[in-house]
Write a protein of this length. Structure first.
Length: 453
């Protein structure tokens, strides 16, 4: 499998781009400019410009946009207001508008901040501020959360994203169990990674509360915000698989730099066996390759030729997965089986063919966990993750004869837009499905042919 080979689909899967490419969704619909509202055209043009502008880069003035697109100032203002509401641009020094600093998406999952940042192409960092030993009576809340009368370690860390201070964390653990952990945390190591690697601890579950507060003078100085600025206070109590408490942590996150993302299911449709989600890491590459190949080979005997079914080499696929995980501006999220393995995964990001639209690059489910709602859970998570960053419309490719996957996507609001393709390496027709966030029915052109990888 060469480095430019595109991925393929599993039982609940859609197409994935090559390892160094951005998601390669549908080509732009023919006739879209004639049908779209004028403000949508201005919105799309500015959105496309923002992909090339650095944070703080100035966008054209209202007058310039009016002249360039031959529209009225109210039309331009409507498009800019939508971009401001989505946090993509901000006003600066009066009427001048600039590209906003992108918000960090913080999934409400049992993951480490370091892993969440890496999954978004952001370099995490940590600065150790203070370590102290406390008698339990010194912090009654932490003592109760950890269920101990023993001495505690209190570890304060400043969390960084691409070198910028974005969070302030105060971690409490029992001193006798984790006496030597502070040195590793001082080197910027992920606490959860250390738990597993150095202590053999596997995470069980956590209870987290979230509230908005104002930063005091000391907190504001560390975070680089004005005193009293809004911050998000997250408190988390985590236990291992036996139910024993591991940590109690208070984290302050800058409200101007984070967006919280949660995936919710009604009780009646929740899977019988929980498969929690988390951001993928490089260490997951081998498991992702295993799930990918298993889903591919068991899902398409009636769709693809036998030689296509056997085209994936495990080692090459693992290397390829490592590259996919690190693609900027794309998220890879895995579902966890009860034994700790990976039961499925999804990848999503911006649609390269239409910058106003999100794109689900792939959804794969381990055949051992079919019909447990995992595929639907992953798709919903991708839809909500894309909505959280401003993409109401979402596209994906699926093999035309993959009836099971088409049924799943149809139940979640995806409809064919009329675009088709046949790629030479797979030799099977695919169709483009689009889910409209505003309820509109997808429509587009029809193309029969092939698109090179």
């Amino acid at each position: 499998m060469g480095s430019s080979t595109p991925a393929v689909t599993g039982p609940h899967a859609v197409r994935t781009p090559g390892p160094t490419s951005v998601p390669r969704g549908a080509r732009a619909d023919v006739g879209r400019e004639d049908q779209a509202a004028k403000h949508e055209l201005v919105y799309a043009a500015v959105l496309n410009l923002l992909t090339r502008l650095p944070a703080g880069g100035e966008i054209p003035s209202e007058r310039q946009l009016c002249d360039a697109h031959r529209v009225s100032r109210p039309t331009v203002r409507r498009a800019l207001l939508q971009l401001e509401r989505e946090g993509r641009i901000s006003s600066h020094r009066g009427r001048r508008r600039v590209a906003a600093i992108g918000k960090i998406h913080l999934p409400l999952l049992l993951t480490s901040l370091s892993d969440d940042l890496r999954a978004q192409g952001i370099v995490p960092g940590t600065r150790l501020l203070h370590i102290s030993r406390l008698q339990p009576s010194a912090d009654e809340t932490a003592r109760r959360a950890l269920g101990t009368d023993r001495e505690l370690l209190r570890i304060e860390r400043l969390r960084l994203a691409d070198g910028e201070a974005v969070g302030l964390e105060t971690l409490f653990v029992t001193a006798d169990r984790f006496d030597d952990i502070s040195a590793s945390l001082g080197l910027g190591q992920s606490f959860y990674a250390l738990l597993n690697r150095s202590y053999g601890i596997e995470l069980g579950s956590a209870e987290e509360t979230i509230e908005a507060i104002g930063a005091d003078a000391q907190e504001a100085a560390l975070l680089g915000v004005p005193p009293g600025a809004a911050v998000l206070l997250l408190t988390r109590r985590t236990v291992d698989r036996s139910g024993a408490p591991i940590e109690y942590v208070r984290s302050l996150y800058r409200a101007d730099r984070f967006r919280l993302v949660a995936h919710l299911l009604p009780t009646s449709t929740a899977p019988a066996v929980a498969h929690p989600l988390r951001a993928a890491t490089i260490d997951d590459a081998a498991e992702l390759a295993r799930v990918f190949i298993a889903a591919w080979r068991t899902g398409y005997p009636a769709v693809l030729d036998p030689d296509v079914l056997e085209m994936w080499d495990p080692e090459a696929t693992e290397r390829w997965m490592r590259e996919l995980i690190t693609i900027p501006d794309e998220a890879t999220v895995v579902s966890l089986a009860p034994d700790g393995g990976i039961s499925g995964f999804t990848r999503y990001g911006r649609d390269a063919a239409d910058p106003t639209r999100g794109y689900i690059a792939s959804v794969y489910v381990d055949p051992a966990y079919k019909r447990r709602g995992i595929g639907a859970t992953l798709v919903r998570h991708a839809i909500e993750g894309l909505a959280a960053i401003g993409f109401r419309d979402v596209s994906l490719w699926v093999f035309e004869e993959n009836a099971a996957a088409r049924g799943l996507y149809g139940s979640l609001g995806f409809e064919p837009d009329g675009t088709r393709r046949v790629e030479p390496e797979f030799r099977a027709p695919e169709i483009l499905l689009v889910r409209r966030g505003d309820g509109r029915v997808a429509s587009g052109s029809t193309e029969v042919g092939s698109h090179g990888g």
